[in-house]
Design a protein around this ligand. Structure first.
Ligand code: NAP
Ligand code: ZN
Length: 348
């Protein structure tokens, strides 16, 4: 009999995460079975476990920043073999023949299966994520991980990394541009590192003055305390591109105002409620607001390889699974430096 997989789950929106166990499917011909070593903690895990966006099915096992070791493959799998390092991000399947899938943008497939809280088309029920000992995933959604990288610090790249890398590439952020990053959490600190690596001049907008020194270390040239209205006033029409990673309600007016003519504000943070849009700041002078969702599998592999090549990883705080509820509380207080990563060995 297949052994049970130990995990942590939220049983309701109002209850803390608690120990839970369930059975993963045996690998199908195209599946890879991975023993999970590390799983990053994304603010989306909190939004979902607490049903802040609506649509959460319980029990909910979050986690979509997964790094582990292959422990079995189906007979058609050629890319991976037992013992290889492997990673899984926010998606575990998609239709593979719609226009989005054909353009390597599986995240926009109408039939995408997310790593957790999606209907599980193979096993029934819904998908369970990486706060667990193992996962079984179709080989097309498994990423390669180089053996010379820090595995724990690599895990958050699977969401925080690709979610910031993808829009910076899509909007062609490069040398000579002035880029703003709003919020220095998991996503924000990677946005600062990538924008800096791509040659842009980076300013961090933060509510946390004590994060200034770290932001400079990550590559920000300037720090603006967003609660300081005078400092915000001085930013008017300075930026080509601003990436907003904030997880809670906040005012967009000042960030739109900080864009030059034709500048773009890209939303990647998803506050639980709709944000008011100050339209005058958009139409004068012809600014744009856009959104971006993670990134496709090909681009995720490109990002992992880019980071391994350039020595870019996440700044993390490694935790045991029994610290997860406290980690959530600290993230809500913006007190994370800069990603919690669960050592899955602590589930034993
Ligand atoms: P996180 O680590 O908790 O960081 C969020 C940061 O936002 C905080 O550290 C804080 O930075 C700032 N912040 C928090 N509350 C704020 C408030 N009330 N006003 C202003 N700033 C505030 O979260 P994360 O994991 O980076 O995720 C950020 C958001 O992105 C979440 O909503 C998440 O669901 C979303 N997300 C989206 C995608 C996508 O594909 N689009 C993917 C992953 C995550 P400072 O201390 O610097 O102010
Ligand atoms: Zn995430």
């Amino acid at each position: 009999m297949t052994p049970q997989t130990k995990a942590y789950a939220a049983q309701s929106a109002k209850s803390p995460l608690v120990p839970f166990s369930f059975t993963r499917r045996d690998p199908l011909p195209n599946d890879v079975k991975i023993d999970i070593l590390y799983c990053g903690v994304c603010h989306s895990d909190i939004h979902t476990a607490r049903d802040e966006w609506g649509g959460t099915t319980f029990p909910c096992v979050p986690g979509h920043e997964i790094v582990g070791r292959v422990n079995g493959v189906g007979r058609n799998v050629k890319k991976f073999k037992e013992g290889n390092l492997a990673a899984v991000g926010c998606m575990v399947d998609a239709c593979k023949n719609c226009p989005s899938c054909e353009e390597n943008l599986e995240q926009f497939c109408d039939d995408v299966t997310f790593t957790y809280n999606s209907p599980d088309k193979v096993s029934g029920g819904h998908t369970f994520g990486g706060y667990s000992q193992s996962i079984v995933v179709n080989q097309d959604f498994v990423l390669r991980v180089r053996s010379d990288v820090d595995l724990a610090a690599t895990a958050p790249l699977l969401c925080a990394g690709i979610t910031t890398y993808s829009p910076l590439r899509h909007w062609k952020v490069a040398k000579g541009q002035k880029v703003g990053v709003v919020g220095l959490g998991g996503l924000g600190h990677m946005a600062v590192k990538f924008a800096n690596a791509f040659g842009a001049e980076v300013t961090l907008f933060t509510t946390s003055p004590d994060k200034a020194a770290d932001a400079k270390r990550f590559g920000a040239q300037e720090i603006v305390i967003s609660k300081d209205e005078d400092a915000m006033q001085r930013q008017v029409k300075r930026f080509d591109f601003i990436i907003d990673t904030v997880s809670a309600r906040h005012d967009l007016g000042a960030y739109l105002g900080a864009l030059k003519r034709d500048g773009t504000l890209v939303m990647i943070g998803v506050a639980p409620e709709p944000l008011p849009l100050p339209v005058f700041n958009l139409i004068i002078p012809r600014r744009q607001i856009a959104g971006s969702l993670i990134g496709g599998i090909v681009e995720t592999q490109e990002m992992l390889d880019f980071n391994a090549e350039h020595g870019i990883t996440c700044d993390i705080e490694k935790i045991n699974i029994n610290y997860i509820n406290e980690a959530y509380e600290r993230m809500i207080r913006s007190d994370v430096k800069y990603r919690f990563v669960i050592d899955i060995a602590s589930l034993k």
